[in-house]
Design a protein around this ligand. Structure first.
Ligand code: RUQ
Ligand code: CUA
Length: 667
């Protein structure tokens, strides 16, 4: 207990402003300038017109988005909205994308995205998709790397605080989602909070990921009530296994800061998922009633649909037929990161309060299971003897290890929150070979391809939690800070600080060449199957169905058709279906109308987007293109006249005509 206190004080210090001198004291003088080598600028300089070598997909944390950076320059190229509405392009505001944010709780316009998982084939990045997690209202999203758009989201039932996700298997068979909060599940929801031990359960979901449009929960594992934190799939020889760190094996439900820091060791849960898959296919497990949403954006209609699903297959750890799926490995102390090395032999646990880094051997784990080298059980799941599966411990690595990535040359790089540093160590020999300070309090770190069987090495990027004095102040909230280090030599070298958006947690970088060749430039207008498309100006029209007015509008440099609309009445709902007729790369048009309560829409070449608008008063409403598309962009505008509800003004529309013509299609 006394020991715990000391740790907590150390951790507490970090969030206090007094922490910086303390942290700097770890930095041997802490002079920033001296930490940067003379050739650093040349190493990150990407000359105008030249490309970066890597894309880095960075989680946005509380902005619910991913952002895309170039490495080594640190230049930001794009924000990809995933779980949060994005007024910049109308994601979550347009009629086509609203269904993407549908959940069993209704429309949820925000979330907290922590982790990225890039799709893999044979354990290597293949550049097809990037997955991200929604922490708060549990979901997993798929971003298509041809379009850099979110195309699919699945909600995760029986889960609360979807932090332990997404982690991907080596052929993208599954992305997994573990619950942070264990909760009462099934019909057993209304119970006292202090009945945690009896009633609260953990869940880990295996989500089919390799077919766009078909994400589904293949099976869900029901587990003892603890907090699941981070995970990696096995690879190579350990393919077929998953390793999850778990904390709060004390099973506390209040003041976890103290109550979940009691035990000397928590666990890494090893799961034989290949076998779980077999059992699920063989009909073991039980179907349970749940409610969750599956949302998919169809590329040809440019429109998302949301389907509510009602069933999940659960494999319960208490079922005697499923005995050989789960094993606990003791891991000191409140483990956070749990990472598998490129060979798949070693599993690195990082205890937030631990003074060593334990490295476990997959071969030894298999042996211990075969010989039942157990030290009892936890809630019926065997606890493997710690020493029997230990490859070894890295001694005195630093304070507060969080996450580990690999360079593919036999070295591991671990982030240390409390001592604010990255420590490089030899996986076989468990020897620390180098350490560099980070400014300040690093969380995740990222090496291109770092979690895969074939890391690309070259750089490590620190994603720091505290910025303090690194940038010009911007009031109470400072930009988040990322730092790029060269790891091509024996010693790590700081090259660059760059600010980020949101609060990055994990990031995954990928060689640019894997994405550039597949990047979509336009959507072919002839393939557009949107029900309200106008494939040319001749197809534009305005129709009425009761109080719904549908405007089939086109945009091309530099006019909107129609640009004069009359006959809209108070009480109408107007749907602007705008098709961008351009077939030229990088020529979006935007659309906005005065008083709209949602956002603009930004329409890519060949695409149709719909903005819903309800006039609230009689009068003249200007609309215009919001994207500077040509020299005459400022001329790209129009008027919509709103008349009283009982007005006799007929619906009419036109562009370039003096008097608008009455529409034929009034119903
Ligand atoms: S966590 S700082 Cu949200 Cu990935 Cu470790
Ligand atoms: Cu189209 Cu400006």
């Amino acid at each position: 207990m006394k020991k715990n206190r000391i740790w907590l004080v150390v951790l507490g210090l970090v969030s206090a402003s007094a922490s910086i001198p303390f942290l700097n004291s770890c930095h041997k003088g802490g002079s920033t300038a001296s930490a940067v080598g003379g050739d650093a600028a040349a190493k990150v300089y990407v000359a105008p017109g030249k490309y970066d070598e890597f894309y880095s997909f960075v989680s946005g944390g509380f902005n619910g988005q991913m952002s895309v950076y170039g490495l080594p320059s640190g230049r930001m190229f794009r924000i990809i909205p995933v779980f949060s509405v994005f007024p910049e392009n109308g994601y979550g505001y347009s009629e086509e994308t609203k269904p993407m944010l549908n959940t069993s709780h209704g429309f949820v316009p925000w979330d907290d995205l922590h982790h990225i998982a890039m799709s893999e084939t044979k354990g290597e990045q293949d550049g097809r998709w990037a997955f991200g997690n929604a922490n708060n209202t549990p979901r997993i999203g798929r971003v298509d790397l041809k379009t850099f758009r979110t195309t699919e989201i699945i909600e995760v039932p029986n889960s609360a605080g979807n932090h332990s996700s997404p982690f991907i298997t080596e052929n993208s068979e599954y992305v997994v989602a573990g619950t942070r909060f264990s909760v009462p599940v099934d019909d057993n929801a209304d119970v006292p909070i202090d009945s945690y031990k009896k009633n609260f359960q953990g869940s880990i979901s295996f989500i089919k990921a390799d077919e766009p449009g078909k994400m589904d929960i293949a099976f869900q594992l029901r587990l003892p009530g603890v907090n699941f934190d981070l995970s990696r799939a096995g690879k190579g020889k350990s393919h077929g296994w998953f390793f999850f760190s778990c904390y709060n094996s004390e099973q506390a439900s209040t003041l976890l800061e103290v109550n979940a820091s009691q035990k000397d060791k928590d666990f890494i849960l090893a799961i034989n998922w290949k076998k779980a898959e077999e059992y699920a296919k063989a009909g073991l497990g039980k179907k349970e009633k749940v409610t969750y949403a599956h949302n998919y954006l169809d590329e040809t209609t440019h429109t998302a649909t949301s389907t509510i699903k009602n069933e999940v297959l659960v494999l319960d750890y208490r079922d005697p037929a499923l005995k050989d799926l789960f094993y606990f490995i003791p891991c000191p102390k409140s483990p956070h990161g749990c990472d598998t090395d490129p060979t798949g032999e070693y599993i690195v646990g990082s205890g937030k309060l631990a003074a060593i880094i334990p490295v476990f051997s997959f071969t030894k784990i298999q042996k211990a299971i075969a010989n039942k080298t157990y030290d009892g059980d936890f809630d019926g799941i065997p606890v493997i003897n710690y020493e029997s599966v230990l490859h070894g411990e890295v001694q005195k690595p630093g304070l507060g290890p969080l996450h580990t990535e690999f360079d593919g040359k036999g070295f591991a790089y671990t982030s240390f929150f409390v001592s604010s540093e990255i420590v490089k160590w030899n996986i076989e020999k468990l020897e620390v070979v180098d350490r560099v300070p980070t400014y300040y309090s690093i969380g995740h770190l990222s090496i291109p391809g770092g979690p895969t069987a074939k890391p690309h090495g070259k750089y490590v990027i620190a994603y720091n939690k505290i910025t303090k004095d690194r940038y010009l102040p911007t009031g109470p909230e400072l930009t988040q800070s990322a730092q790029l280090y060269d790891i091509s030599g024996e010693k790590m070298k700081l090259l660059l600080d760059f600010p980020t958006t949101g609060e990055p947690h994990y990031a995954e970088a990928i060689p640019a060449e894997l994405l550039v060749k597949n990047s979509v430039k336009i959507f072919k207008i002839e393939d557009n199957k949107h029900p309200y498309v106008a494939k040319g100006e001749k197809e534009t029209k305005v129709t009425r169905q009761g109080n719904q007015v549908h405007v089939y509008m086109t945009a091309i440099r530099s006019h909107l058709t129609p640009d004069n609309i009359e006959g809209v009445k108070l009480g109408d709902e107007v749907y602007f279906h705008v098709t961008n007729l351009e077939q030229d790369w990088d020529v979006p048009h935007g659309f906005a109308i005065k008083g709209a309560n949602n956002a603009e829409i930004l329409i890519m070449p060949g695409e149709t987007c719909t903005l819903k608008w309800k006039p609230d008063r009689i009068g003249m409403f200007p609309f215009y293109c919001t994207d500077f598309c040509s020299a005459l962009h400022q001329e790209m505008q129009g008027y919509l006249r709103v008349s009283p509800a009982n007005s006799k003004v007929e619906l009419s529309f036109g562009t370039g005509k003096k008097a608008a013509e009455p529409t034929a299609s009034t119903k």
